[in-house]
Design a protein around this ligand. Sequence first.
Ligand code: KIV
Ligand code: ZN
Length: 515
Amino acid sequence: MSDKVIIFDTTLRDGEQSPGASMTKDEKVRIARQLERLKVDVIEAGFAASSEGDFQAISAVAAAVKDSIVCSLARANDKDITRAADALKAANAKRIHAFLATSPLHMAVKLRMSPEEVLEQAKRAIRFARNLAEDVEFSAEDGYRSEMDFLCRVVEGVINEGATTINIPDTVGYATPELYGEFIKTLRTRVPNSDKAVWSVHCHNDLGMAVANSLAGVKIGGARQIECTINGLGERAGNTALEEIVMALRTRKDYFDMVCGIDATQIVPASKLVSQITGFVVQPNKAVVGANAFAHTSGIHQDGILKNRDTYEIMRAEDVGWATNKIVLGKLSGRNAFKQRLQELGIAIEAEADLNDAFVRFKTLADQKSEIFDEDIIAIMSDSAAAEEGEFYKFISISQHSETGERPKSKVTFRAGEKELSSEAEGNGPVDASLNAIEGIVKSGAEQLLYSVNAITSGTQSQGEVTVRLAKGGRIVNGVGTDPDIIAASAKAYLSALNKLHDPSQAKLNAQMTP
Ligand code: KIV
Ligand code: ZN
């Protein structure tokens, strides 16, 4: 029988460490629910000691998730580990993940500790964590650049103290596949109690080899857990991409002879959700989840595909959840047809009121746009979920005038709590004028870090999806708005970002600002 590879998703922790990818508590819960639908084995929900906001977010994920193990990162000290255990109290199954750097450079420069001190602290931390959880992972940060003899002593020591998973990160993305695979293999051979723990790989993508290194860690090294993120989100060049790992294991089962428990049809919905919430657009030629990943335009390829799909396709678009841009619904579609399509897309609606709200949004969109695609429905449902998170500012309408040679003007009407406000302004372009109109009255003083527009489907009929990233008081938030009119989508996105800055319950410092 093939061995199982544990899929450990760290989108909500290491992924969130990408500058600007900060997520609110509710956004983390939405992504965690999708990760559960994807059937990931472990969800690393955050770093409990990094901020009160992240502690609350982990607690909320722990309460919401039923099937996956929920994990919190912690530095290898009693205070962080206690915080992690407290945040995970509501979890059905929990894991504490303690880390400590073991490379000569990190120990000397960052920790200012001797190797003997690091060894003792690692052992003490795992002993302490095991009093609070059965499932304890130890990560040797910068493990791949550590000295083999010393790393073997640390790993042996923490396994003796009860660590159940040993993770060897390539923290700076320096490894190459064969060398990393051999490194893990040597460790497993030399550590006398290596069979008492599951071995895990965690690779960063600085040289574009994170996926290859992780797979080599499994194939050559014998690791049985891969740490990864949706869309490869993560600090600098990112982490190992979950979708690429899963599809490589599946498509090349003949070579890897491994299985994982992932429901691949949930990959594309997960990718879209993460991209929408973080504002990190997926490049069109990205493997598996890029818009062009299954597109065939050259005549020779199209001809081959028509004769036999295997000529140019090694995976099926539908197997990873691509809805193939089908026109699914229109103006005349009823509530039942809408509900059925939601079910087919795997979107769960719990309350009747939420279905009604989503159906009203669908009807409004169908009045503006004759063809409704699956992507439009996913966007409607994301808007509904965001609305549930409580909106103080709510878009009502926009009127805008642009003419060559004149400064564009915009008038935006929106709700702020109980009040209806209207504001007019000019700007360098129509979007600038609209955001100036809102800012002129809200006076948030937030710094704009990003503005991006993306077409949800193809063609000029498509809805535009706009992301606005704002920074204020050490917080970074993303607002997303969708509308067939990209100026209206921009105003909605700006208001959505202001809602997050306005809502203190969503306050969360960026993971990068961990004290
Ligand atoms: O890259 C890394 O070393 C990490 C550890 C904290 C697991 O993310
Ligand atoms: Zn990492």
